[in-house]
Design a protein around this ligand. Structure first.
Ligand code: PLP
Length: 361
């Protein structure tokens, strides 16, 4: 089986797994302590959590604090819902291609909702004016379906100039590129070779959010609940590795992308080829029956549209936003590759997909 679904999740790095094991100890060990306990077990666990926090913080810009959450979805909810009292009744403007974690959360609030359009390349115009009365802007750094990289630094400056807060979903960017100076930034461990079940929210110094989850007051009172030292340690190890390997991983992904583009000659690329994370190849062929292709190519794990949307039968909101008809968006597949994808894996997977597609065209 060849795994080409790196936007859905990434394989756990062996280093992250190793870092977690001690914190999964049973009664014979010392690694099961509650990091919020004052005795030795607790202090050791707390030290591991703080080391992990420093390693995760190194992925973000300076000038903020990091809290651990259960996922990026939770981090984005804390950010957006936590900002709502700060922006009072002002509007929330989000790009048309945001993940549901942002889109649905912004829509659930009573504040006026504005959609920021993207062009046919899947890009927000960073120099475009913000809708009048905007108090909060949310634009993702790298899109999960089509990989496009948004001009987030420019958008952050525009938001600041307009007196609005800027929330950035950097889930698909973290560990791959520098993250922008924003008011809040959300990331997820499992997208950068860490474990599932843990995310992080970076909050600019000086910004006070209203907590969503109340209780024991952990994570500066913003996210009560006992932290998992194992998940934190795994996230920290994955973050450290991503920081150290950022350039090497990028070069590897570039080599895979260049080969993939050659192999899929004649297919149409959805979204910009240049303002894009090259570990995301979202392609279509006019006549492709994606459901049939997926059932014919069972030895390759890939996706139709986003992982969340595939299987739902609903056309992708992102592909619709770049101007594709519902019919065209249903002829699209997403291949995602990265650190642990070998060139031979990519070539074998491409051969299987192209051969199966060839029986349809
Ligand atoms: N934002 C983006 C861009 C994503 O790709 C995902 C996961 O698919 C999320 C948010 C949600 O992340 P999590 O799985 O940690 O809730």
């Amino acid at each position: 089986m060849i795994y080409l679904d790196y936007q859905a999740t990434t394989p756990l790095a062996p280093e992250a797994r190793d870092a977690m094991l001690h914190w999964l100890d049973g009664p014979a060990g010392t690694g099961f302590g509650n990091p919020h306990s004052p005795h030795r077990y607790g202090r050791e666990a707390a030290a591991a959590v703080e080391l992990a926090r420093d390693r995760v913080a190194a992925l973000f810009p300076p000038g903020g604090r990091v809290i651990f959450t259960a996922s990026a979805t939770e981090a984005l909810n804390i950010a957006i819902r936590g900002c709502a009292p700060v922006i009072a009744g002002q509007g929330i403007a989000v790009s048309a291609i945001e993940h549901a974690a942002v889109w649905d959360t912004a829509q659930a609030l009573a504040n006026p909702f504005h959609e920021i359009a993207v062009d046919a390349q899947g890009l927000v115009d960073g120099s475009g004016p913000l809708p009048a009365g905007t108090g909060l802007v949310a634009v993702m750094q790298v899109n999960n379906e089509i990989g496009t990289v948004q001009p987030v630094a420019e958008i952050a400056r525009a938001a600041k100039a307009a007196g609005a807060l800027f929330v950035c979903d950097a889930v698909q960017a973290a560990g791959k590129m520098a993250l922008p100076l924003a008011d809040c930034i959300a990331i997820s461990a499992h997208k950068l070779h860490g474990p599932k079940g843990i995310g992080a929210l970076w909050i600019r110094d000086g910004l006070e959010l209203a907590p969503l989850v109340t209780g024991g007051g952990q994570e500066g009172g913003l996210r009560s609940g006992t932290l998992s030292p194992a998940l934190c340690a795994g996230f920290g190890a994955a973050a450290k590795l991503a920081t150290e390997r950022m350039e090497a991983d990028r070069e590897h992904v570039e080599a895979l992308w260049n080969r993939a583009i050659e192999l899929f000659d004649g297919w149409i690329l959805n979204g910009s080829a240049t303002a894009r994370w090259h570990g995301n190849l979202n392609l279509r062929r006019d006549w492709l029956d994606v459901a049939r292709l997926m059932s014919d190519v069972r030895d390759v794990a890939f996706s139709a549209g986003s992982a969340c949307a595939s299987g739902s039968g609903k056309p992708s909101r992102v592909l619709r936003a770049i101007g594709l008809s519902d019919k065209d968006s249903k002829t699209s597949i997403r291949l995602g590759f990265g650190r642990y994808t070998g060139m031979d894996d990519l070539e074998r997977a491409a051969a299987a997909i192209i051969a199966a597609a060839g029986t349809q065209g």
